[in-house]
Design a binder for this molecule. Sequence first.
Ligand SMILES: Cc1cc2nc3c(=O)[nH]c(=O)nc-3n(C[C@H](O)[C@H](O)[C@H](O)COP(=O)(O)OP(=O)(O)OC[C@H]3O[C@@H](n4cnc5c(N)ncnc54)[C@H](O)[C@@H]3O)c2cc1C
Length: 464
Amino acid sequence: MIASQMADIQIGDSDLAKLRQVLQGELVFPGDTAYEQARRVWNGAIDRRPAGIVRCADANDVQRAIEFARRRDWPIAVRGGGHSTAGFSTSEGGLVIDLSPMKSIRVDPETSTAQAQAGLTLGELIQETQRYGLATTTGIVSDTGIAGLTLGGGIGWLAAQYGLTCDNVSAFEVITPDGVLRRADPDENPDLFWGLRGGGGNFGIVTNFHYRLHDVGPVLAGMVIHPMAQARKALRFYRDYTATAPDELTAYAALLTTPEGERAIAFILCYAGELQEGERIVKPIRRWGPPVVDLLRPMSYLEAISLIDAANPAGRYYAEKGNTVPELKDEVIDILVENASAGTSPFSVTLIQHLHGVATRIAPHATAFPVRKECYVPVHIAAWEDGDAARHRQWLRTSTDALRPFELKETYVNFMSEEGSARVRSAYGANYDRLVALKNRYDPDNLFHLNQNIKPNISPDAGW
Ligand SMILES: Cc1cc2nc3c(=O)[nH]c(=O)nc-3n(C[C@H](O)[C@H](O)[C@H](O)COP(=O)(O)OP(=O)(O)OC[C@H]3O[C@@H](n4cnc5c(N)ncnc54)[C@H](O)[C@@H]3O)c2cc1C
């Protein structure tokens, strides 16, 4: 299959020549100077060679690329920011529909809204909205794509105050597998609007997101660091501290190795309310220990989502898995610390995220995103540079498996690796059947399958 696809690519191939002619953007093939760079994604461990990459300039390009791939029966991979650790945004053979050149953004300060094209990164979105003192919930690393993050859910510093990123979408512009550009909002295609908020890229290619924005001024953010020897005690303190966290405060804990080579535990947090009140709220975390290093200070929200960028460089080898646990029991803490202490690389991290506040006060069936109760989300990120993958992947498996007895079955798909369809089903919990019905309706051929895939269960011939 792949060999024949590759053989298909000939200069002078009339379909390809036509596609190239009608595109506003670029079509990149193996052998083109731009190919090596264009095929790369954030995770250096993903080394795939697509048969072609369409670097889309606009929604028309996306429609033409879908039509081309459909006619040729080529698998489609869709790329926004290219941060999928599992490598869903590229493929071996097939066509990558790359939206990363599509970066137009319009902020309306009157209505506190933004229309943002799918190729923007979180940093690019926030840089523009902050010109008006506005922002919406994003993840915590600025070069993550808005597209994959929003479609999967979007957890970050403002989720407790304003909901997940997907909760702040008022409309999507999406091209469904039939090539039609549709709007999905509470009135128009409400079923699709429901599924796009958490259901990932299963139903089409989103070209434009309409976001609700909020007034976000300087925040109190940063990290405080303690030696790993304190990790068990520190995590018990963290558990008690976060149990009473107001919506303005989101605090994570990270088990990591410092640049000096010391294993450590860091509290990483952001208080996005009034700064003086923030100083009062973070006092216990500043005093506990006391920390070896206290880097908490007022900063812009853009800076707060860029704090750990340098620790996640593009091109390093990564593998990632997460668990979702309802509480940080002592046994869970013991497992987290034991596994982190047995880490196989100084770049590997276990990041424990706290989900609370507004994001957890929305009903689990209101959007496709299913995890709507207060919980902790430990994500284990194995990262290495020496190419010896097996021991790092084993550490990841051990770390995740050890927490299985304590975890909720619903989990956040954006922190999963390729874990099979049973895991996707359980991740979506009670929302799964409705997602399958939606997939049957919009994508019965499973054209968009390179994702945390919701498989249709009707024959493709049944149509719409
Ligand atoms: C360093 C790092 C930090 C992260 N931090 C956070 C965090 O704080 N909070 C959080 O919630 N998540 C976080 N994530 C997870 C992140 O949400 C997912 O990796 C997300 O998929 C990235 O989106 P992307 O557009 O960059 O990815 P891509 O790799 O481009 O795409 C990911 C998936 O989305 C699909 N997709 C992309 N664009 C579109 C589109 N326009 N239309 C339809 N489908 C599309 C792709 O096909 C693929 O299946 C982080 C990931 C990394 C690597």
